[in-house]
Design a binder for this molecule. Structure first.
Ligand code: SF4
Ligand code: SF4
Ligand code: SF4
Length: 323
């Protein structure tokens, strides 16, 4: 189903949910103030449902809001978002019965930085970006140029295992397919190039990257799997890291964060997307995701009946992973 039809259906369903009192509010996307952007819309007014949109720029993982919102919620969810919701349900942060999940079969989200790179133009100079099947059509000064869609999607979307929500109450369209091998290989390019260098070079790389971190905590705040009531970086007795963003403390923050979200991270890509200084955070989070999959055969948010990874232990578990 085309985005326009899904959008119409979403607006109808959301309005009806509010009118019938099935939910107290709806969380979805509306158009942003900048070109080719969307922004989260949280509303309890049925008239605002006409502002809801479905398009290839709906970046945010909206599940991050759920633990903070009281009452029954209708939430728009792409595949990765629905996995985060399931993970939050498993961790008792959210009650499934309080939710109406409106699932969007996702075809991938367009990375504006990649698009700008393709045509060598700033987003303000691009007239239009249209997804057309396996291509993206860019219009600049009235001229159209086509590129394979793989060149324009976020790296995590190229590796997506579950683009259609597996957990939903309303599905807005036909299921979409998981990523193929070619796309997965492309999504790994940055990570593989890091794995190919020596440990010393890798250490130097991360030292340099984390020297740029300004410790704004955007990566933490946007992550649905990062929900500790008090983050260890804010502890003062004892202080685990210094408040000033030295590279050593920045690295400790990020490594610890990755351990904390292991088994909860759904590779939604939000942490890397929001980093204002473009630190390639997915090279850490996706690697952790793959290690969890390899060692524990566990993929976060795929099975709501499963125990959270870090909450189950069996006497027969091997300890080969402790080195
Ligand atoms: S990771 Fe998958 S579900 Fe999430 S935005 Fe990308 S393609 Fe869509
Ligand atoms: S978003 Fe980037 S700059 Fe901000 S704390 Fe995270 S790694 Fe550092
Ligand atoms: S660590 Fe990053 S990719 Fe993983 S769930 Fe959190 S925001 Fe998404």
């Amino acid at each position: 189903m085309k985005d326009g039809k899904m959008e119409q259906k979403l607006r109808r369903e959301a309005k009806e949910l509010l009118e019938r009192g099935r939910v107290d509010c709806i969380i979805g996307f509306e158009n942003g103030s900048l070109k080719f952007t969307t922004t989260p819309l949280i509303t309890s007014d049925k008239d605002n449902t006409s502002r809801l949109v479905v398009n290839p720029f709906t970046e945010n993982n909206l599940s991050v809001y759920l633990p903070e919102i009281k009452g029954r919620v209708g939430i728009v969810a792409k595949g990765c978002d629905s996995r985060s919701i399931v993970s939050l349900v498993q961790d008792n942060k959210v009650v499934r019965e309080d939710l109406v999940i409106i699932g969007i079969p996702c075809s991938g989200i367009i990375d504006l930085a990649k698009v700008e790179g393709l045509v060598g133009k700033d987003r303000d100079e691009i007239d239009d970006i249209v997804r057309d099947g396996d291509k993206v059509v860019l219009t600049v000064n009235g001229d159209k140029e086509e590129f394979p869609i793989q060149e324009a999607l976020f790296d995590n979307c190229l590796a997506c295992e579950q683009p259609t929500p597996q957990e939903y109450d309303i599905l807005l369209g036909e299921p979409t397919s998981a990523a193929g091998d070619k796309e997965k290989t492309k999504s790994q390019e940055k990570i593989d190039s890091l794995k190919a260098v020596s440990p010393d070079e890798r250490w130097a790389f991360w030292q340099s990257e984390f020297s740029r971190c300004i410790r704004c905590y955007a990566c933490r705040n946007v992550c649905p799997a990062c929900f500790c009531e008090r983050c260890f970086v804010e502890e003062t007795e004892p202080p685990w890291v210094l408040a000033i963003p030295r590279w050593q403390d920045n690295l400790i923050f990020q490594v610890t964060r990755n351990f904390h979200v292991a088994g909860r991270c759904t590779d939604c890509g939000e942490c890397e997307r929001v980093c204002p200084v473009d630190i390639p955070l997915r090279s850490l989070s996706r690697e952790m995701y793959d290690i969890v999959a390899e060692l524990f055969h566990y993929r976060a948010g795929m099975d709501k009946e499963a125990l959270p990874l870090m909450a189950c232990y069996e006497a027969t578990d091997t300890q080969d992973f402790i080195r």
